[in-house]
Design a protein around this ligand. Structure first.
Ligand SMILES: Nc1nc2c(ncn2[C@@H]2O[C@H](COP(=O)(O)OP(=O)(O)OP(=O)(O)O)[C@@H](O)[C@H]2O)c(=O)[nH]1
Length: 768
């Protein structure tokens, strides 16, 4: 709400709020900017602060998004001397910079709070904190240039620019930021695109409604910023350290071996599936008779050892179902559909086996403890990782079996990506897939066919997923290159009363608790003395006195004409389209005319050349008109005119070039010079015959001069030197030709023609 005129504004803690907003920069009706130097001086050149370092915190962004409202909380905090209960009581209206509800813009130009706040930094340095409110961008009365100028100026002047956004960081927010900061960078002379021209940028996302995606505050903000400003498709050069669970397993193996020894060895068997060949061999050894092993003496002996110990001896079995084994070996039956009975029967079967075989015999059929450990681990990792690898199967990268191998080896798709990004030449993936575990087996596979098919497909997949359009990359790179530090803070919605109640006057009781909680974090984060950022320009810390000079210098740049005008996207695109169409049409004209009178073509009569020019011009204009362009016919008419003018310029060149091919015009200068010499010689002869020697000498002298001209002209044509002299001689010859010889020639031609006509009519036979 506007600061009341009847009583001075009072802060929430009952302390009078000293100062008022002062309009430093105003925008005039003709969209030019004016700096009120006097007011600026009253704020910054006060005796007590002019020598102090300046901290300038500005809030900029679209109009009607609560910038001034937020600044008033900044004021409260600073006015309360940063005390912990700065937010004050529930009943005090929010005052300071003028803010209000409604849809029409409030702030115009740039405002400063008239009373800078003085603090001492932890290093003992005295600083003055200035708060700056800016005109909201994109309202219906501001041009793109106005918005860009306000944003650029405030960014150039401030040490912390709060970019106030609503609900999210959208791509258009980044595009505008790019345009505005580029406009700022252009104005700065140190526009080397290397040093960072601006200091801190804080994205402030208001009304953040997705705390379940990213939490309110700075942590969620950083997470969000990381996503939004990520430049995808750039391989990070630092190597990626990945913690594989399999690697841990290798270290654990030793410990596992010891552990396995104290576990009953049956566990090793119990872990085997009953389809496993080892399980079958074990059972076979418990039940085999002599005949089964007759072809193998060693095995025969082994079986003899078991003879008598095993009650039922049979040949290789057709079935190894637990139910039939128990019935054959132990001669008992049980309910195979009862899980508990099943386990009890298995236990009896194993006890029987243990009692009939020595440990040594029995252990032949065990998996090693290491193998069992791996098997265990493999199942656990497979369960954990397989879901992400199903994407690889559905994308045709590998079959399910390979995906299971990869998953079982402790890798998921995300980790594979990190390996690939860390080593994009595919070696990383190859090495990982083929590295040996402590059993000497490959981690995933070393089958060449699989490796050759899966690894390139994985690499393609990661590359395509990583692809980000160059335009998007460029925006992100640009923004990062402009600021020394970029942060983000997610603010919750302040509640419906704040947003929609026309009588809301900023009392805390009407504001949602979440919002107030986050304010208590945000404001000290920006303004607590230990967090203040002193304004720096080209590495120098700026005092309030210096800031006045910079302000004046910067505004002068934006008042002048030297900066290109920032345009709306449509206008810029329409211009680019039209210019491209002009260029295509002009090239077509040049090509067509080259066909008519190009370098290797013969001289063409000027009238004919003009006709050809008209034809090519028409065609070029047709090409321009038929090109698809943005902006409409009215916008294009100016470019059509530009095209016609450029084509006429080209035509002049073609005319000159054509003229140079005319041998008569090329020979005109020597012919004129020679004619003048002859005439001068003959005239001098006539005058000397009649005794007027002095006049004859003048003509002789003229003849000598023209002879010298002629010799010089030939020399210059031959050597290419003294070209300016040749041009002057050509000009003299042209004047003589135009003034004397050409009219004479025309007259002679006319008389000749008349004579010819007369003779022709006289010689015609008379009719009776
Ligand atoms: N939804 C929402 N509204 C807010 C928030 N903060 C303030 N408002 C309301 O937004 C309206 C405009 O506030 P201002 O501070 O005048 O907005 P501004 O961005 O300075 O507006 P301009 O000066 O026109 O650029 C007021 O009605 C505030 O109550 C917020 O975080 N979320």
């Amino acid at each position: 709400m506007n600061t009341s005129e009847n009583h001075p504004p009072v802060s929430a803690r009952g302390v009078t709020l000293v100062g008022e907003p002062i309009q430093i920069v105003s925008v005039k009706d003709d969209h030019t900017f004016e700096l009120d130097e006097e007011k600026l001086d009253t704020v910054l050149l006060r005796q007590e602060i002019q020598g102090k370092k300046a901290v300038v915190v500005s809030v900029a962004g679209a109009f009607r998004k609560g910038k001034s409202f937020l600044l008033d909380f900044f004021l409260r905090y600073l006015n309360a001397d940063c005390s912990p209960d700065w937010l004050g009581d529930d009943e005090s209206p929010l005052e300071g910079f003028s803010w209000r509800g409604g849809s029409e813009r409030e702030t115009t130009g740039i405002l400063l709070w008239s009373e800078p706040f003085c603090f001492t930094l932890p290093n003992g340095e005295e600083v003055a904190v200035l708060l700056m409110d800016t005109q909201g961008a994109f309202d219906s009365e501001s041009t793109v240039r106005d918005c860009a100028t306000v944003f650029a100026l405030s960014t150039m002047i401030s040490s912390v620019q709060v970019y106030n956004l609503s609900q999210n960081i959208q791509e258009d927010d980044l595009q505008h930021l790019q345009l505005f900061t580029e406009y700022g960078r252009l104005a700065l002379e140190a526009n080397d695109n290397e040093s960072k021209p601006f200091q801190v940028l804080e994205f402030l996302v208001r009304d953040w409604s997705y705390p379940y995606d990213a939490a309110y505050g700075e942590a969620g903000g950083s997470q969000m910023l990381e996503k939004r400003l990520k430049v995808l498709g750039q391989h990070e050069q630092k190597s990626v350290k990945i913690q594989f669970s399999q690697d841990i397993a290798l270290e654990e193996t030793q410990e596992a071996e010891t552990r396995m020894e104290i576990i009953h060895p049956n566990l090793g068997v119990a872990l085997l599936p009953d389809s496993s060949p080892n399980f079958r061999a074990l059972v076979q050894s418990c039940t085999a008779n002599d005949n089964d092993w007759s072809d193998d003496g060693g095995a025969e002996n082994e079986c003899h050892k078991h003879e008598g110990l095993i009650s039922h001896k049979s040949s290789w079995r057709s079935t190894y179902k637990q139910e039939s084994l128990v019935s054959d070996i132990l001669n008992i039956t049980y309910n195979a559909h009862d899980a508990a009975g099943d386990v009890r029967a298995l236990s009896k079967l194993l006890q029987h086996a243990v009692s009939t075989l020595t440990m040594k015999d029995f252990s032949v059929f065990f998996f090693s403890p290491k193998a069992v450990f791996y098997n265990n681990l493999n199942s656990r990792e497979k369960a954990k990782n397989i879901s992400s690898l199903k994407v690889a199967v559905s994308s045709g990268i590998c079959k399910m079996a390979t995906a299971e191998n990869i998953a079982g080896s402790g890798l998921n798709l995300d980790q594979l990506k990190k390996i690939y990004v860390g080593d994009p030449w595919e070696d990383g993936l190859l090495n990982t897939f083929t590295m040996k575990n402590s059993l000497g087996q490959p981690r995933v596979t070393n089958t060449k066919r699989i490796l050759e098919s899966v690894i390139p497909k994985l690499a393609d997949y990661f590359n395509n997923r990583n692809k980000q359009h160059p335009e998007l990359q460029q925006i992100r790179k640009h923004i990062k290159s402009c600021f020394s530090k970029i942060g983000c803070f997610l603010m919750p919605h302040p509640g419906l009363r704040v947003a929609t109640n026309p009588h809301f006057d900023g009392r805390l009781k009407d504001i949602e608790t979440d919002f107030k909680e986050q304010l208590k974090v945000l404001v000290p984060q920006l303004l607590a003395p230990e967090n203040l950022i002193v304004k720096e320009i080209n590495g120098c810390r700026i005092t309030c006195r210096d800031l006045v000079e910079y302000f004046k210098a910067y505004i002068r740049i934006y008042q002048g004409e030297e900066l290109p005008e920032p345009k709306s996207m449509l206008q810029a695109t329409a211009e680019a389209n039209n210019l491209a169409a002009v260029s295509t049409a002009r090239s077509q004209y040049v090509r067509d005319m080259e066909e008519v009178c190009g370098g290797d073509k013969a001289y063409i009569h000027p009238t004919e050349l003009d006709k050809e020019h008209q034809r090519c011009l028409r065609q070029a204009l047709d090409t321009f008109k038929s090109a698809r362009k943005m902006g409409g016919p009215e916008f294009s008419s100016g470019y059509a005119e530009q095209l016609t003018n450029e084509i006429y310029d080209q035509f002049e060149n073609f005319q000159k070039h054509n003229e140079s091919k005319n041998i008569f015009s090329a020979a005109r200068t020597p012919a004129v010079l020679f004619t003048v010499m002859i005439v001068a010689y003959m005239t001098s002869g006539v005058f000397s015959v009649i005794g007027l020697e002095s006049i004859a000498n003048v003509f002789n002298f003229t003849m000598i001069i023209f002879l010298m001209f002629l010799i010089s002209w030939f020399y210059i044509q031959y050597s290419g030197e003294y070209r300016t002299l040749a041009i002057q001689i050509d000009q003299i010859a042209t004047v003589i030709w135009d003034q004397a010889l050409a009219p004479l020639y025309a007259q002679l031609m006319q008389q000749g023609a008349q004579l010819a006509v007369r003779q022709a009519t006289q010689s015609r036979p008379k009719r009776d």
